[in-house]
Write a new protein. Structure first.
Lengths: 438, 443
C-alpha cells in the first residue's frame, strides 16, 4: 500500500472512533553499516526500519500509539483514541499544526549515497583503518561506517501533508596506543552528502592518542581552558540546551525563566538554531509535526532572544512554533528539540593567543550535568597544557568543573575550526578562569 | 540452503505501554505494538546482519544476511570466527506474573501515576515528573546448529523525579523501581512513600553545601557502589572489550586485582530487572563470578568470545532486534560483614557519597567518574554537613584495592544500561563500601 493511502486509512480509523483531530507520522530508513573491531572489519549490517505513530485528540486530550506492523494500523489508531480518552482535557492544547508554506532546503539528499554499493562502504571503512595505522603503535579498538537514506511523512486532519527524503553518511574511529602508556582517543564525522575524508578520521584519532601518551599530573588551579568542538558541544548540549527548551521553561526547569532580553553571554557570541542550514544534520523543510522550519536567534551579541518551541508549547505561551518539534523515532511523540545549533564567534588562532592554559579535546560525563543550574563536573579527555601559545605536555587525568552560564560570560575567544558535531556547529572556544583538578 | 558457517535469528513480538506524568499532568499515554527480526550470518571471519520491522519474510532476511557475510568475507577475508557450541537452553524458573498489567485498565494506571505525582508535590517542590512502563513480549530464537528456544516475559516499572527550587537554585531527587514482574510491583514497593522520599531529597539538597574537592577516604552507599560495580568493574570484564584491547582487565585472569574483601557477581538468573532465562544467542543463563575474593575469576562472554578466550557464554544481549553484544545482567558486589556504624567509626573524617546521577568509565584506561546524588561530610565518625554536586573519580583498580570494609547490607537498583547505542534492562547492587582513598570532586 502506498504511504499516502496508508496514512489516510489511519486518520480515518482515528476520526471514525471519535478523534476530533489526528496525525500520522511515518518513517522509513535504509541503513548500511560496516563495523571495525580491533583493526579488522568485523562485518556489515543492513537495517530496514519503518513504522508509524498516530496522535489522536479527543476533547483536548492527546493519545498516542505506534507500530511497525503496518497491518495493525487500525489497532494503533484505536489505541491512540482510547489513550486520549483516559486523559483529562488539556486547557493548554490548541491544535495540531495547519498546512503551511514550506521553505526550500538544500544539501540534505545525495543520490550517490542512495546508490552506494557495499564495495564503496567497505573502502570508506578501510580508509579509516589506514589513516589510523599510518601512526605507529596504534590499535583501532572499534569503529564504524554508515550510510543511509530514508523518508519521513507527516499527515494530519488539518491539511498538513509533507514528505521529505534525505541521506546521511558517518564515520567513527576509536583508538588506543599500545605499549607502556595506554591512551585512547576518538574522532568522527557526519554529513548529508558524500564528502567525508575517512582517512583523516582515522589519522586524527591516532595522532591525538599518540600525542596524549605519557601524561603528567598537574596541580588544582583556575586557568584558561580551550574546549575543542567535541568538548564544548557535549557541555552545551547537556547543560545549556535544556534551559532554552520551552517545555522546561514552562515547567520551571530552566535557568532562563523570564530572562529574555537579558545579557547572558559575552557580546561577542551569538547562537542560532537553524532548521534551514545548507547540508545541516538537522535540516529539513518541516519539523517532525509538519511545522515549516525556520532560523531562530537564541542569543544575539550576548543577549538572550528566544526559547525553542514546538506547536504545543507555543500554543501554551501564545506564540508561534519555532519549528522545533522533534521525534527520536516513530514510536515517540514530538517534543522540543534543537535543529542545527550554531555557536557563532569571530575566530582567531586561539592557542597562539594563549600564554598559559589547558586544551581539552573531549569530556566524559557531560550527561551528568545539572540540566537546570548548568553546573557540571566532568573528566577531561586528551587534555594538554598550553605554554607560550603552543600545545605542550599531555595531562594524565583531569577533572573540570564549572557552570555553563558562567562560561558563556567568560568566553574570551574562539578558534577558526568550526565543526559540525551532529547538529551542533561550533568552533573551539576559550574560557577564562575555569577550575581544574589534576 | 544458506552457504555460510553459521546463522541465527531472534524474533520479538510484543506490546509496550507507557504513561508519562510531567509537572503534575499526564503528558503522554502511549501504546506500541512491535514485531521484528534480527538475523546474523557468519562466513569465515565476517558477520552479515540484517534487521527487519513488522511483517517480514524470514527466509529473505536470512538470505540478505548471508549475502552480506559472504560478500564481506570475499572482500576482506580474515581469521575465522568460531561460535562456541551450546546445548539447547531450558527455560526454567521464569518469574511468575501475579497480576498481568494488561488486565489493569488504562484508567487505573493513570490514576495511580497521578497519585504518585501528588505525593511528591510537597511545599517548595516546583515540578514533579513520573513515568510508568510495562512491556510484555515473546522472544523466539533459533540458529543453524539446531538450537532453539522461546519465552514470554513481562517487565514493569516506575520512576519519579521531583525538583525543588529556591532563590534561583534547583535540586532534584529521584526514585525508581523496575522489575520482571507484573502490576504487583506496586504491592512490593510503596510508590507513594518513594515519591515523598524523592521530594524530600530535592528539598534537603537546597540546603546542602557544595563539596570541596580532593583525595580523601570515602564511604559509598549501596546505590553508588552498585554503579561502580556495574560501570567500572562490569564493563571492564566484558570479553568483547577485553578482546578489542579496551579493558584494563586484559590478561589479568587469576590475578589479585582487588581487596580480598571484594566479590563481584553477574547473575542473570536472579529475578531482578536484568533477568533472562537464556541470552540472545540461545545460551543458558548462569551465574558468573567475575571477582572472587579479590582475584579476577572470569570475563563475561558471548559464544564468540567464549570460543576465543575460553569461558562460558550466556551474556550476549540485544535491544530489540539489534545485534547482540556482550552485556551484563544483574551485577553486584556481594555482602561482607561490616556494619555501617563500624565504617563510620573506622573512617573518622571523610565523605559519605550517596546515590548516583550517572557516570562514565573509560575501561581501556581504567578511569571513571560518577556524580553522586548527594553526600555528607564525615567528622569524627559522625555525619555532618550535607553536600550537593559531589562526584567520585579515579582509577578502577586503585578503588578496588582501596576497599577496606564491605558492608553486610547488599541492596539492588534497577535501570537500563547503554552500550553500542543499545539499551537493555539491568540491575546493579552492592553493600556499603569503605574506601581508604578516592578522588572527590566538587562543583
Amino acid at each position: 500500500m502506498d504511504m499516502y493511502e496508508l496514512a489516510r486509512k489511519g486518520l480515518k480509523a482515528a476520526t471514525d472512533r471519535g478523534a476530533d483531530e489526528a496525525e500520522i507520522f511515518i518513517m522509513e530508513d535504509h541503513k548500511t553499516s560496516v563495523d571495525i573491531r580491533k583493526d579488522e572489519i568485523e562485518g556489515a549490517k543492513e537495517n530496514i526500519s519503518q513504522g508509524l505513530g498516530i496522535r489522536a485528540i479527543v476533547n483536548g486530550a492527546v493519545g498516542f500509539a505506534s507500530t511497525n506492523i503496518i497491518s495493525r494500523i487500525e489497532d494503533a489508531a484505536k489505541s491512540a483514541v482510547s489513550s486520549a480518552r483516559v486523559r483529562d482535557s488539556d486547557p493548554d492544547w490548541k491544535s495540531l499544526p495547519s498546512n503551511g508554506e514550506y521553505p526550500r532546503v538544500s544539501g540534505i539528499r545525495d543520490p550517490e549515497l542512495e546508490q552506494m554499493e557495499l564495495d564503496d562502504c567497505i573502502s570508506c571503512t578501510v580508509k579509516m583503518l589506514e589513516g589510523a595505522k599510518s601512526i605507529r603503535g596504534i590499535v583501532v579498538t572499534s569503529g564504524s561506517f554508515s550510510r543511509g537514506f530514508g523518508k519521513r511523512m507527516v499527515m494530519n486532519t488539518n491539511g498538513v501533508e509533507i514528505e521529505e527524503r534525505s541521506t546521511g553518511i558517518s564515520g567513527f574511529t576509536d583508538v588506543i596506543t599500545t605499549g607502556g602508556s595506554a591512551s585512547t582517543a576518538y574522532d568522527f564525522a557526519i554529513s548529508r552528502t558524500n564528502d567525508i575524508d575517512f582517512l583523516n578520521i582515522g589519522k586524527n584519532a591516532a595522532d591525538l592518542a599518540d600525542s596524549s601518551k605519557n601524561g603528567v599530573s598537574i596541580e588544582p588551579q583556575k586557568t584558561n581552558v580551550i574546549l575543542h568542538p567535541f568538548a564544548f558541544s557535549d557541555l552545551i548540549g547537556n547543560a545549556f540546551m535544556p534551559s532554552i527548551d520551552a517545555d522546561n521553561v514552562q515547567k520551571g526547569r530552566s535557568n532562563l525563566i523570564g530572562r529574555i532580553g537579558e545579557s547572558i553571554a559575552t557580546e561577542k557570541v551569538s547562537i542560532i538554531d537553524d532548521g534551514l542550514l545548507e547540508g545541516g544534520i538537522e535540516t529539513g523543510q518541516a519539523d517532525d509535526e509538519g511545522v515549516p522550519s525556520q532560523r531562530t536567534t537564541v542569543i544575539e551579541n550576548g543577549v538572550f532572544q528566544s526559547y525553542l518551541y514546538d506547536s504545543y508549547t507555543a500554543g501554551k505561551d501564545g506564540v508561534k512554533s519555532t519549528g522545533n518539534a522533534s521525534r527520536g523515532s516513530y514510536f515517540s511523540t514530538p517534543s522540543v528539540g534543537p535543529r542545527n545549533f550554531i555557536v557563532d564567534h569571530t575566530g582567531t588562532d586561539i592557542i597562539a593567543k594563549t600564554d598559559t592554559g589547558i586544551l581539552v579535546n573531549s569530556v566524559i560525563g557531560a550527561h551528568t550535568a545539572n540540566s537546570i543550574s548548568g553546573d557540571f563536573s566532568v573528566e577531561a579527555r586528551n587534555a594538554f597544557m598550553i605554554k607560550d601559545g603552543k600545545i605542550d605536555k599531555p595531562i594524565k587525568s583531569l577533572m573540570i568543573s564549572g557552570n555553563i552560564f558562567d562560561m558563556l560570560t567568560k568566553m574570551n575567544g574562539a578558534g577558526k575550526d568550526v565543526r559540525k558535531v551532529g547538529g551542533i556547529v561550533t568552533p573551539s572556544v576559550s574560557i577564562e578562569g575555569m577550575n581544574v583538578v589534576g | 540452503m544458506f552457504e555460510v558457517d553459521f546463522f541465527d535469528s531472534k524474533i520479538i513480538e510484543g506490546t509496550t505501554t507507557s504513561i508519562i506524568l510531567d509537572n503534575g499532568n499526564i503528558k503522554e499515554v502511549s501504546v506500541n505494538y512491535t514485531k521484528g527480526a534480527g538475523i546474523r550470518a557468519l562466513s569465515g571471519g565476517s558477520w552479515g546482519m540484517t534487521s527487519a520491522d513488522g511483517d517480514f519474510d524470514l527466509n529473505k532476511a536470512i538470505r540478505a544476511a548471508t549475502e552480506l557475510a559472504r560478500g564481506m568475507n570475499e572482500r576482506s577475508s580474515k581469521e575465522k570466527v568460531e561460535m562456541m557450541d551450546i546445548v539447547k537452553p531450558v527455560v526454567r524458573n521464569l518469574p511468575k506474573v501475579k497480576i498481568d498489567p494488561r488486565d489493569i485498565s488504562l484508567e487505573e494506571k493513570v490514576s495511580q501515576l497521578n497519585e504518585i505525582g501528588k505525593r511528591a508535590k510537597l511545599d517548595n517542590i516546583s515540578s514533579v515528573s513520573a513515568v510508568y512502563n510495562e512491556s510484555t513480549y515473546k522472544m523466539m530464537y533459533s540458529d543453524s546448529t539446531g538450537i532453539e528456544g522461546e519465552y514470554d516475559i513481562t517487565r514493569t516499572g516506575f520512576a519519579i523525579s521531583a525538583v525543588a527550587s529556591k532563590n534561583g537554585m534547583y535540586q532534584a531527587g529521584r526514585e525508581s523501581r523496575f522489575g520482571v514482574t507484573g502490576y504487583e510491583l506496586f504491592e512490593k514497593y510503596d510508590a507513594f512513600a518513594l515519591a515523598e522520599s524523592a521530594a524530600k531529597t530535592a528539598l534537603e539538597l537546597l540546603e546542602a553545601k557544595p563539596a570541596k574537592g580532593g583525595n580523601m577516604p570515602v564511604i559509598l552507599d549501596p546505590e553508588l557502589a552498585g554503579v561502580f560495580a556495574h560501570e567500572a568493574v562490569g564493563h571492564a570484564s566484558e570479553a568483547d572489550l577485553v578482546l578489542e584491547g579496551s579493558s584494563i582487565l586484559e590478561n589479568r585472569i587469576g590475578q589479585e586485582i582487588a581487596s580480598p574483601l571484594i566479590n563481584v557477581i553477574d547473575d542473570p538468573t536472579l529475578h531482578e530487572y536484568g533477568y533472562y532465562p537464556f541470552d540472545d544467542e540461545g545460551a543458558q543463563s548462569e551465574e558468573t563470578v567475575v571477582i572472587k575474593d579479590g582475584v579476577l575469576n572470569s570475563y563475561l562472554h558471548s559464544r564468540e568470545t567464549a570460543a576465543k578466550l575460553g569461558g562460558r557464554p550466556g551474556h550476549s544481549r540485544a535491544q530489540g532486534h539489534s545485534r547482540p553484544i556482550v552485556r551484563m545482567s544483574n551485577t553486584y558486589i556481594d555482602s561482607g560483614k561490616s556494619k555501617f556504624e563500624e565504617m563510620l567509626e573506622e573512617i573518622g573524617d571523610g565523605v559519605y557519597l550517596i546515590g548516583s546521577r550517572g557516570g562514565q568509565v573509560n575501561t581501556g584506561e581504567g578511569v571513571f567518574q560518577f556524580n553522586a546524588e548527594k553526600g555528607y561530610l564525615i567528622e569524627n565518625g559522625e555525619l555532618k554537613t550535607l553536600l550537593r554536586d559531589v562526584s567520585l573519580s579515579g582509577k578502577i583498580l586503585e578503588i578496588l584495592n582501596n576497599v577496606k570494609m564491605v558492608g553486610n547490607d547488599l541492596s539492588m537498583n534497577s535501570g537500563r544500561c547503554g552500550k553500542g547505542g543499545q539499551l537493555v534492562p539491568v540491575t546493579d547492587g552492592s553493600p556499603h563500601l569503605l574506601v581508604s582513598e578516592a578522588m572527590v570532586g566538587g562543583a
